[in-house]
Design a protein around this ligand. Sequence first.
Ligand SMILES: NC(=O)c1ccc[n+]([C@@H]2O[C@H](COP(=O)([O-])OP(=O)(O)OC[C@H]3O[C@@H](n4cnc5c(N)ncnc54)[C@H](O)[C@@H]3O)[C@@H](O)[C@H]2O)c1
Length: 362
Amino acid sequence: MRRLRIGLIGAGTIAQSAHLPAIQRLADELELVAIADVRAGVAADAARRFGAEAWYVDYRELIARPDIDLVDICTPEFLHGEQAIAAAEAGKHVLCEKPMASTLQEADAMIAAARRNGVKLMIGHSRRFTRRYQEVARLIRDGVIGEVRLVRENERRPRAMYGGLELPVSHWAPEGERPWLASAAYSQGAALTNAVHETDLARWFIGQEAVSVYAAARVTEPGGEVPDFLTYVITFASGALAAAEIVNQLPNGYPYYHMLEVVGSDGVIRAADPPMSPLEVWRPDGMTYPLNFGHLLHVDDAYLEELAAFARCVREDGELPLDPWDARQALALSIAIVQSSQTGQPVTLASIEPEGRELEGA
Ligand SMILES: NC(=O)c1ccc[n+]([C@@H]2O[C@H](COP(=O)([O-])OP(=O)(O)OC[C@H]3O[C@@H](n4cnc5c(N)ncnc54)[C@H](O)[C@@H]3O)[C@@H](O)[C@H]2O)c1
């Protein structure tokens, strides 16, 4: 079996902590050929450490290589549209980090470019490939808790999220500026960085499109530019609700965790990162732990599963493991959260659709 030849764009935090190690672990199936990063030192160092034969500062040189089958995009989201479209136009299959893009227009253009060029496009919503959440989806699908009425999520992050991992790389900071994630010029804060995970899970578990969003956000960090504290309520077509709180600026050492409750007509599923119990199902006859995932954290295996599933789909010309439409709709919810938190008013999903587009699937 010929290995798929892969090029990675943006060798920063998520690339070095998750994507590049996953590519290494999939060495029987994938061959890392080249890395591109605007920071020459980062590109060169990552190429050396992860065994790529070439590195570039200009990502266009990477996608111009005829020997690359698949491009993995790990840059900040304001670049996803441009880079994913360029890669698709060059005939490459594209795996692109979440959030899909910064705007719905870009997301739609990415889907159109993939279709036009006959390539696969998948957005790396890593939680879709996390066994704990896959198990939650299965329990719901099997009717174990009846009709889903509420999905409630909490996400907590310490300030130095990646501090303990001792990564050889810092977040990209445009010249003379703060890191892009903390800069209003490049990021919209917790709604796109974090809540796009929560909105995607809620939409997956409720199994419908959302109708409207009401959100509030705050910049709590002194001198901060983008919201680091966020809460929202989403109403779905059936009347089901999704609510979440995201708090990004907790003291260092506070555990990073995601906690989830799915309240159904016949029971409740609770799932959380350690130190809480990983997965519980509560029904009238009592509580069960259907699976014990121990200390499985999504940063370890979900990226491997995601990459392996996408590579399989490319190789076999199979069905996409995750339709880009799902990522597009998670992005729509996050954009609605931004608008609602800025205006203080509820925002309908229909009102944020690009002009001339019907809200009815890809
Ligand atoms: N799936 C997840 O759970 C998850 C987790 C973390 C980050 N992410 C996503 O991954 C993306 C990257 O985040 P990060 O935390 O790794 O950021 P980062 O700043 O650490 O890494 C981004 C890299 O892109 C490079 N870059 C910037 N402009 C470039 C350009 N024009 N061409 C090539 N390279 C360029 C930077 O030098 C940097 O090395 C974001 O979209 C983020 O939301 C996803």
